[in-house]
Design a protein around this ligand. Structure first.
Ligand SMILES: [Zn+2]
Length: 459
């Protein structure tokens, strides 16, 4: 077992991971709210989770990863229920909306080679556990009931502000998704929301406090502790979860068990648009994996792009930026595909690789190491391949599956244009295109009913 250091938000330090049970790591990852198609921005967090899990497994830890699916009533900034909003938009039931986008989420994950968590749990299937946990918090004196629900009294937890360095006296309503004029403190949050007296919701359950639905934060505390124990090793999520969601999860853990549930809180930064501005649909930044495919961009190119950023720095994203990455990704694929099999992993490079991943997942350095290895004249070609494929257990780029030469999109397009020119008997244009393809390093060979393209080998 190799030591690994991770940045722990709870201590604001890079710390050595010391699992509760030696050699085993329990991870809980905040999963998606399934009310809309997952896009590149959402998937960044799951790519980070995947690289974390793969790295731990590479280092011989036995990992149990649990992830939730929020398929119930998370309130949006405007106080509107995201699931019901999705249902209204599409004329579906909230249940159908949840299943539809859950499916899309896992399809997107698969396109990005993201390993499925060991346990995936839907919030709606753990209502009894959530109610039990809320009861515990209430018995311990951390909850109070008002008109619209049962709330967590944050003033009872002295360290409430500590995790996120919150300035509680400066909190404004809009910092919190729940606005209720009856709350005792602005930072208090709902454990159980009650259905309005004369209303009816599509998703509602009976509870000791009345008909309603669980607050958003309780599902994570209930399901993480159910599957990993009252205290477990790592909790992951995006940095946006620090001030509200994870702060409240910590409060709930304290209210129920008298302590923090996770020992290490590891957070990923986010994608931004070009120049660091906020991502936006209108600027074309917010695209799904399916949309990438329809643009002719292999989703793994996005994974490759992610690997060149550090999870705590986030990444600037644009379609142009992604397109610029394709060449480098194809170069890597071709570089590996050309190497012969039958080598052994180079220990010197492997040690460097281990040092990088165990230093808070320094993946960009790993990518530089891979390029360095490809150019290293002292290492045999077969050994290069064995070593890179060994690293690919963490990188997840499927480099071992590439056996044939990949012809770049641009060349394929030119070749198609040439075929069309030939069919139209425009020989001049066809010849021009052949020359153009040649100038880009590829040779077109005509056969009876077919043409083949291959890379020119320059001597
Ligand atoms: Zn969560």
């Amino acid at each position: 077992m190799q030591k690994i250091f991770l940045y722990n938000t709870a201590t604001r330090k890079k710390e050595e991971l010391k699992p509760i049970v030696e050699g085993k790591v329990g991870i809980y990852s905040c999963g998606p709210t399934v009310y809309w198609s997952p896009h590149v921005g959402n998937m960044y967090a799951y790519l980070f989770n995947d690289v974390l899990v793969r790295s731990l497994r590479y280092l011989d830890y036995e990992v149990k990863q649990v992830m939730n699916i929020t398929d119930v009533g998370e309130l949006s900034d405007s106080g509107e229920d995201k699931m019901e909003k999705g249902a209204k938009r599409e004329g579906l039931s909230v249940w159908d909306v949840a299943r539809k986008y859950e499916k899309e989420f896992f399809e997107s994950s698969e396109l990005l080679n993201i390993t499925k968590p060991n346990v995936v749990c839907r919030a709606t299937e753990y209502i009894a556990e959530q109610i039990e946990l809320i009861k515990k918090i209430e018995i311990n004196g951390f909850a109070y009931l008002i008109d619209d629900g049962l709330y967590f009294d944050t003033s009872k937890f002295a360290d409430y502000a500590k995790f996120a360095n919150l300035k509680l006296d400066k909190l404004i309503d809009t910092d919190r998704e729940e606005i209720s004029s009856f709350k005792k403190n602005k930072s208090d949050f709902a454990l159980w929301k009650l259905t309005p007296k004369d209303g009816k919701r599509e998703m509602e359950w009976d509870s000791p406090w009345g008909k309603g639905f669980p607050g958003w934060h309780i599902e994570c505390t209930a399901m993480s502790t159910k599957h990993l124990g009252d205290v477990f090793d790592i909790h992951t999520g995006g940095i946006d979860h620090i001030p509200v969601h994870h702060t409240n999860e910590i409060a709930q853990g304290y209210g129920a068990f008298g302590r923090q549930t996770a020992n290490y809180w590891v957070h990923n930064a986010w994608l931004t648009g070009k120049g660091g501005r906020k991502m936006s649909k209108s600027a074309g930044d917010i695209v799904t994996m399916q949309e990438l495919k329809s643009m002719g961009i292999e989703p793994l190119v996005y994974r490759y792009m992610f690997l060149n950023s550090h999870y705590r720095n986030g990444m600037e994203f644009s379609i142009d930026g992604l397109k610029n990455t394709i060449k480098s990704y194809e170069k890597l694929q071709n570089g590996v595909a050309h190497l012969p099999d039958g080598g052994v992993v180079n220990e010197k490079y492997q040690q460097k690789f281990i040092n990088y991943i165990s230093d808070d997942l320094a993946i960009p350095q790993v990518m530089a190491l891979v390029w360095g290895l490809l150019k290293d004249t002292e290492i045999g070609d077969a050994d290069k391949k064995a070593t890179i494929l060994d690293f690919d257990r963490v990188l997840g780029l499927d480099l071992g599956k590439v056996t044939e030469e990949i012809i770049p999109e641009e060349i394929l397009k030119l070749s198609q244009e040439r075929i069309e020119a030939k069919n139209a008997k425009d020989w001049v244009k066809a010849d021009e295109l052949r020359e153009k393809i040649k100038s880009l390093g590829y040779l077109v060979e005509d056969f009876k009913n077919d043409c083949k393209i291959r890379k020119l080998v320059l001597s």
